[in-house]
Design a protein around this ligand. Structure first.
Ligand code: 13P
Length: 333
């Protein structure tokens, strides 16, 4: 079982490939569709995701994170979407958390739910073809309110570790995602400090839950200033600080780190990854597990119109190709 897990984890971070996060919940995909004037129906959601899974962009995708609805859906021609993804050479994955809910006694903070019954759901997802999973813990920063608190950070790290152990027992590779949000006005060094605390806590909990580091993938944020911070950072500073915090916190047994984009512009997400890989001397693979930074362009190009499918596929393939080059340290602006 461990060899199987390790092999999947390594495939997820194969050279020049990254993960497509297409696991937007019902609420989130509605928000994205609202922005392009498309009604969020089951058919539209299927058509949109199918166009990506059938594009050239899949040459640069090792795995696709799906939502519960999508892993059960069939393409227009009746082929299960899972088979479309597999035929494109990628591994199907599944988001298994039940979302971030307000945490008692921690105003302004959340705890990610979804552990109850998870073992049973993982078994079903395995049978549906999922070979990896994702769970996202959300860590906000508000220094005026002492956020994050120890209480919330510890509880979220513990839940991530419980999830990861359940996944590995079900022969599913866990993507462990502690996301320190880039909302707010904090500076880059505050992001560094909170991310360091979050990662140290997560790896401590993973150890206590006996999670096999060789059979997981870490999905962290990059070290960036808050979006509303008056002082923004250069690409070189983001790359240097992100690599520094990861080297301080992430054991070398972890095969790969696949970043979230978190609201960065498409090009920033690509440039930051490229700059980190160019630094060299890294003990793990670095790659992408982007949602917005891979999908914003194709969503806009598609806008719900069948005649725009080819244009949307080209837009997706372009972003995927640029990020693939970045993961190889071969991208240039
Ligand atoms: P973004 O790249 O849009 O942050 O999404 C990645 C993801 O899966 C967040 O959980």
């Amino acid at each position: 079982m461990t060899a199987e897990l390790d092999a999947i984890a390594q495939k997820m971070v194969a050279d020049g490939k990254g993960i497509l996060a297409a696991d937007e919940s019902g609420g989130t995909i509605k928000k994205r569709f609202d922005a392009i004037g498309v009604e969020s129906t089951e058919e539209n959601r299927r058509d949109y995701r199918e166009l990506m899974f059938r594009s050239q962009g899949m040459d640069y995708i090792s795995g696709v994170i799906l939502y519960d609805e999508t892993i059960r859906q069939k393409a227009k021609d009746g082929t299960p979407l899972v088979s479309v993804i597999e035929k494109a050479g990628a591994i199907p994955g599944i988001k298994v958390d039940a979302g971030a809910k307000p945490q008692p006694f921690c105003p302004g903070e959340t705890i990610t739910e979804g552990l109850d019954g998870l073992a049973g759901r993982l078994k079903e997802y395995y049978d549906l073809g999922a070979r990896f999973a994702k769970w996202r813990a959300v860590i906000d920063i508000d220094t005026t309110k002492h956020i994050p608190s120890y209480t919330s950070l510890r509880a979220n790290a513990h839940a991530l570790a419980r999830y990861a152990a359940l996944c590995q027992e079900a022969k599913i590779v866990p993507i462990v995602e502690p996301e320190v949000l880039m909302d707010g006005a904090h500076d880059i060094d505050t992001c560094y400090r909170v991310t360091e605390w979050a990662l140290k806590t997560v790896f401590e909990e993973l150890y206590y839950q006996r999670v096999r580091l060789e059979g997981m993938v870490l999905k962290p944020n990059m070290i960036v200033p808050g979006k509303k911070s008056p002082v923004q950072a250069s690409v070189a500073e983001v790359a240097e600080k992100t690599v520094r915090v990861l080297k301080a916190c992430v054991p070398t047994a972890v095969p790969g780190i696949a970043f979230l984009s978190g609201g960065q512009s498409d090009e920033d997400a690509t440039a930051h990854l490229d700059a980190m890989v160019k630094l060299g001397g890294l003990p793990w693979k670095l790659t992408y597990s982007y949602g917005r930074a891979l999908q914003a362009a194709p969503q806009k190009a598609w806008s719900g119109k069948p005649e725009n499918v080819a244009k949307a596929q080209a837009a997706f393939a372009h972003r995927a190709h640029m990020n693939s080059l970045a993961a190889l340290g071969k991208w240039s602006a």
